[in-house]
Design a protein around this ligand. Structure first.
Ligand SMILES: *[C@@H]1O[C@H](CO)[C@@H](O)[C@H](O)[C@H]1NC(C)=O
Length: 429
């Protein structure tokens, strides 16, 4: 063992440095730094393996030197990419249209873009609402408010005509597709068809209709298209299927558009925010109303199978999740500005704490790990649907009677119950 002491400590030291470096990157993870991170982890494994084969120390040192250099280069390039654009284009004289400025990201983005000199066209659902009034009050006279429900083609056309009239011969530099809704929250079986259609109508068809209508103006300016999407469009968040499916459709649309518009010089970016406190998620009255509607419209047999308490738990979990959301929307507004003004905008901007880690786990971890992570991260449901509870309770009783070694440790019982339930679910599949 003594013979090995020195190489062992060197080995341990090198490994700690590499693993430490990788951990640091994971903690500060953006998708932009994922490739260097993978290179780093790969190098760690490589060094570990090579050591196991007892390569001459000289070769190893050389390799290490190279790796450190590579790591340094990667770090520098990644840092360069995540900072503010070094040579941002000027905002002055550029016109941008933002949809959904009644509240949330739209409200914040319209104000911010106006403040840094853009000519902003802000569409709102309600011209006499709080959001519109506030924009009128706080923004410069450059800002134009337009009333648009993006699901209504005539209103989109009217907005196009008004914008054209104001722009004259000038094109439109930017379109920020922000308007979006999440109309419900719950298991797919407990969601109404109208919930799926409602999300699709706004998030997908509405965005498509606005984008198609304004494309001639955007091509004319060789401008930018930005879509505010959601990680729920890439990853299966529990209880967000209707919203997530519409965002998934949007992501595909936007990604295809990016290829098609490349020859036109129009660049397309997607922004993927983590959880933020926006107008809708904190609209307590809406979620209460939505919950009542659901209880009234579900078939009684379905309500019996799942139980009112199950629905109640989902609603409460969502409300507590929404109340913990980040109230500072600046990561999103910053990303919009980068996508509008960076000479070479990124394809995707991950905006907000934790979202980089979420994508890292989704992209590089085994499926079992990533799906478990999503279930734990988002909603920690404690209740099973009522019908499953009854059955597993019955089986639990049987197994307790059959198992004499069982001590009455509560935790073990719970674990056992979980196992039973999992088995039960397997059977049902
Ligand atoms: C708009 O954003 C400001 C902060 O910039 C906030 O104080 C205000 O409440 C928001 N308005 C609405 C209607 O969301």
């Amino acid at each position: 063992m003594d013979d090995y002491a020195l190489p062992f400590w060197i080995y341990l030291g090198v490994l700690s440095v590499l693993v430490g470096g990788a951990m640091k990157k994971i903690l500060a993870s953006h998708l932009g730094s994922a490739p260097p991170l993978v290179a780093w982890l790969g190098a760690t494994v490589l060094v570990e393996r090579l050591w196991a084969f007892c390569l001459p120390a000289a070769l190893l040192l050389l390799l290490l030197l190279l790796l450190l250099l590579l790591g340094l280069v990667c770090c520098l390039s990644a840092a360069g990419r995540t900072g503010p654009p070094a040579a941002a284009l000027p905002a002055h004289g550029k016109a941008v249209l933002i949809t959904g400025c009644d509240s949330g990201f739209g409200n914040a983005t319209a104000k911010y873009l106006d403040a840094i000199g853009f000519e902003v066209f802000a569409t709102v659902l309600d011209l006499s609402g709080d959001g519109a009034r506030e924009l009128r009050r706080t923004c410069s006279p450059r800002l134009t408010l337009l009333q648009v429900d993006i699901t209504q083609p005539q209103q989109v056309q009217q907005a196009l005509m008004d914008t054209k009239a104001k722009l004259g011969l000038k094109g439109l530099w930017g379109l920020v597709n922000n308007a979006g809704v999440c109309v419900n929250f719950g298991d797919i079986e407990l969601s109404l068809m109208s919930n799926f259609r409602g999300c699709m109508d706004v998030n997908f068809f509405g965005t498509l209709s606005v984008t198609k209508s304004f494309l001639p103006l955007l091509r004319q300016a060789k401008g930018r298209i930005i879509a505010i999407s959601s990680p729920a469009g890439d990853q299966p968040f529990p209880c967000l299927a209707a919203y997530g499916a519409s965002k998934a459709a949007l992501n595909l649309l936007i990604n295809t558009l990016r290829h098609e518009l490349e020859p036109w010089g129009v660049q397309v970016s997607t922004i993927l925010p983590s959880s933020f406190k926006t107008g809708q998620s904190s609209n307590h009255a809406y979620w209460e109303w939505q919950h009542k509607q659901l209880l009234q419209s579900l078939p009684p047999a379905l309500l019996e199978d799942y139980g009112e308490d199950y629905l109640m738990e989902t609603k409460e979990l969502f409300q507590s999740y929404a109340s913990q959301a980040n109230p500072d929307l600046s990561p999103v507004t910053d990303a919009v500005v980068r996508a509008l003004l960076s000479p070479r905008p990124q394809v995707r901007y991950l905006a907000g704490p934790g979202v980089g880690l979420m994508y890292f786990i989704h992209s590089y971890c085994p499926f079992s790990v990533s799906s478990r992570f999503l279930q734990k991260l988002f909603l920690k449901k404690k209740l099973m649907p009522r019908a499953l509870r009854r059955r597993s309770g019955f089986e639990l009783n049987l197994s307790l009677h059959n198992n004499n070694n069982n001590n009455n440790n509560e935790e073990e019982e719970e674990e056992e119950q979980e196992e039973e339930q999992e088995q039960e679910q397997e059977k049902l599949k």
